[in-house]
Design a protein around this ligand. Structure first.
Ligand code: 5GP
Length: 219
């Protein structure tokens, strides 16, 4: 920062819940990872899942990997804010971490499918900002899934078949980003986050700040 630039005035705001969905292979996870690296005010909701861990994944970081029995126990005790069956496995968002982040005014990113997005939009309408990432073409989606090479042919086939169903829900999202170029798509997502943070109704601290402005006497 330029030494002449004054330090920013802090205005209290509520955290936002940034939901990003897309079919597998459209680049959602890369965009999410880049956003977390670039944006210190954003943290990610680590989901629980019953799917098998991929070799590159770390338990507790990418997902909390659970047995079906443990997943059902979490569901039964209302410990999941939302949950869904996706590609034949169960996935869910642990409630505690989200509530802690929201209470502290921190932003949270959710890499979840359309079913989870619907549930969060119903439960916390004012806090959710949703983005759907579209691939440039189905052919490109297929080749990205093959390039990832972490899933079997059978798993890739299921994911491709399900991607049409996922894309059909695009209208339920606030913003649609076309990922024909990763840098451009990433810039679009950052712009959305920046603008949403400035929304008046998300910034209760403005009341105090503006009152201060109006009672200040510079003369
Ligand atoms: P993957 O198995 O490729 O990690 O994820 C498969 C799909 O499940 C992705 O579309 C991902 O966004 C979605 N997903 C991951 N975690 C959750 C979750 O907690 N809830 C819901 N509803 N979907 C999830």
């Amino acid at each position: 920062m330029n030494p002449a630039t004054p330090s920013p005035i802090k205005i209290a705001r509520r955290g936002l819940m940034l939901v990003i969905s897309s079919p597998s292979g459209a680049g959602k996870s890369t965009i999410a990872r880049n956003l977390l690296e670039a944006d210190p005010e954003m943290s990610i909701s680590v989901s629980v899942t019953t799917r098998q861990r991929r070799p590159s994944e770390i338990d507790g970081r990418h997902y909390h990997f659970k047995s079906i029995r443990d997943f059902e126990a979490m569901r039964a005790t209302d410990s999941l804010l939302e949950w869904a069956e996706v590609h034949g496995n169960f996935y869910g968002t642990p409630r505690d971490a989200v509530e802690a982040a929201m209470a502290a005014g921190r932003d949270m990113l959710f890499d979840i499918d359309w079913q989870g997005a619907q549930q969060l939009q119903e439960k916390m309408a004012g806090d959710v900002v949703s983005i759907f990432i579209l691939p440039p073409s189905m052919a490109e989606l297929q080749s990205r899934l093959h390039r990832r090479a972490e899933d079997s042919e059978e798993v890739i086939a299921t994911r491709l078949a399900n991607s049409r169903a996922e894309i059909e829900h695009w209208r339920e999202y606030d913003y649609i980003v076309l990922n024909d170029d990763l840098d451009r798509a990433f810039s679009a997502v950052r712009a959305i986050v920046e603008a949403e943070r400035l929304r008046r109704d998300r910034r209760p601290g403005l009341f105090e700040f503006v009152n201060g402005l109006l009672t200040e006497n510079p003369f």
